[in-house]
Design a binder for this molecule. Structure first.
Ligand SMILES: Cc1cc2nc3c(=O)[nH]c(=O)nc-3n(C[C@H](O)[C@H](O)[C@H](O)COP(=O)(O)OP(=O)(O)OC[C@H]3O[C@@H](n4cnc5c(N)ncnc54)[C@H](O)[C@@H]3O)c2cc1C
Length: 259
């Protein structure tokens, strides 16, 4: 995988934000638009933040910022509802527009070199689109790269987040290509998972930078498929949305068992 940048000091920033907008994007993904109440988070596209409520009632969890930095400091997050998940269910079921939340960060190593001119391939599924959308926004803005391709994997057409936005970008910027693939529902091709689709889309990825984000199994499978097409390990950048370890309640678990 890619050479990693040093991780910023945890807690380098913590500020309250107001929930300016809360939208349901798919049956399981909500998008939060957060406006800074005081200071603004100084971050790079691709980084993530810790989100928590302002009373400390839900555990802080990591969420990737879904937009490149904006002058007004707005931050978007795409949050997938996890069955039995404490913080994601709080976002989906209890959080309301106008509420105050706390963000800390930024954290992470999933960032881009703004001067790179190499072709970029962005692979995402579900809320893995969050950091990819931020990187893509920054990449399209800088216009440095020769080409940028987003392949987004969704179960059905209804799960294709921001289709209109990406189709518009594709019309406006000839260097950008948008491909959505469906893993379940009916619709125009392509169908199937990204690792199966890549060999029919690319002969070689030897000169590409690849950015992959989402559930760990998705990221691992896509990285393996990119490697098989010649992508160099140091140019494959990944962000795995693993579930954070739970605090011990009674006894520590047996080795290998997830808490
Ligand atoms: C770098 C990074 C970026 C991320 N970005 C995003 C993002 O942009 N969008 C997004 O939606 N998610 C993202 N995630 C995942 C996110 O941080 C949370 O892990 C996710 O939202 C689940 O949190 P939760 O509090 O809802 O669930 P949790 O309460 O942590 O529970 C998660 C699962 O674990 C199970 N569980 C809970 N307690 C136990 C226990 N004691 N033993 C066994 N199992 C248990 C639950 O049943 C549930 O199924 C990211 C993760 C990382 C590491």
């Amino acid at each position: 995988m890619a050479e990693e940048r040093s991780v910023p000091t945890p807690g380098s920033f913590e500020e309250p934000y107001r929930v300016a907008r809360l939208r349901r994007r798919t049956s399981v993904i909500a998008e939060l638009e957060l406006s800074p109440l005081h200071g603004e988070l100084d971050y790079q596209a691709g980084e993530y933040v810790l989100l928590e409520d302002d009373r400390g009632e839900v555990p802080p969890r990591s969420y990737s910022v879904a937009n490149a930095p904006r002058p007004d400091g707005t931050i978007s997050l795409l949050v997938t509802r996890v069955p039995d998940g404490e913080t994601s269910r709080w976002v989906h079921d209890r959080l309301r527009e106008g509420d105050t939340v706390r963000l800390s960060g930024p954290y992470g190593t999933f960032v881009d070199d703004p001067a790179s001119t190499a072709p970029a391939l962005y692979l995402a599924a579900g809320s893995g689109l969050a950091p990819i959308r931020a990187l893509l926004e920054a990449g399209l803005r800088s216009r440095a790269r020769r080409s940028l391709t987003l392949i987004f994997s969704a179960r059905t057409e209804a799960d294709v987040i921001d289709r209109a936005l990406f189709e518009r970008r594709q019309r406006d910027q000839p260097s950008f290509r948008f491909i959505r693939t469906l893993t379940r529902g009916p619709g125009q091709p392509p169908h199937g998972r990204i690792p199966a689709l890549l060999p029919s889309t690319y002969e070689s990825l030897a000169d590409h930078d690849a950015f992959i984000a989402g559930a760990p199994a998705f990221v691992v499978a896509c990285a393996a498929a990119a490697t098989a097409l010649g992508a160099r390990r140091e140019r494959i950048h990944t962000e795995e949305f693993f579930v954070e370890p739970q605090p011990w309640t009674d006894e520590p678990p047996e080795t290998g068992e997830r808490m």
